[in-house]
Each structure stands twice: as C-alpha cells, then as structure tokens.
Design a protein around this ligand. Sequence first.
Ligand code: ZN
Length: 53
Amino acid sequence: MPEPKKITCEECGSKVELYSSWANECSCGTEYNGFGQRLAPREEWGYETGESF
Ligand SMILES: [Zn+2]
C-alpha cells in the first residue's frame, strides 16, 4: 500500500490526505480524487458518464 498523498485544499488551505482513489473530503467539504484533482459537487456527478457508485 502506498502512503496516502497529501494535498493542500484549494478552498481553505487545509491539508487533505488522499486515502481513497475515489473521493477524499476536506473539512470544508471540498472533495478531491486520488490524484488530488478537485471533484465537482456530488449533485453534478454522473450526468455525463452515467456512473453510479
Ligand atoms: Zn478545504
């Protein structure tokens, strides 16, 4: 298992540990995927890809 990566939240500047490859939520509610890319709000999920999880 690789060590969780840490990123800095774009919104609040807190450190966010990327435990999950799918979604990691900052204490401010902003979410990042395992690559540290910011995720769209959950309401926007799935419209383009049709994915459900
Ligand atoms: Zn944050």
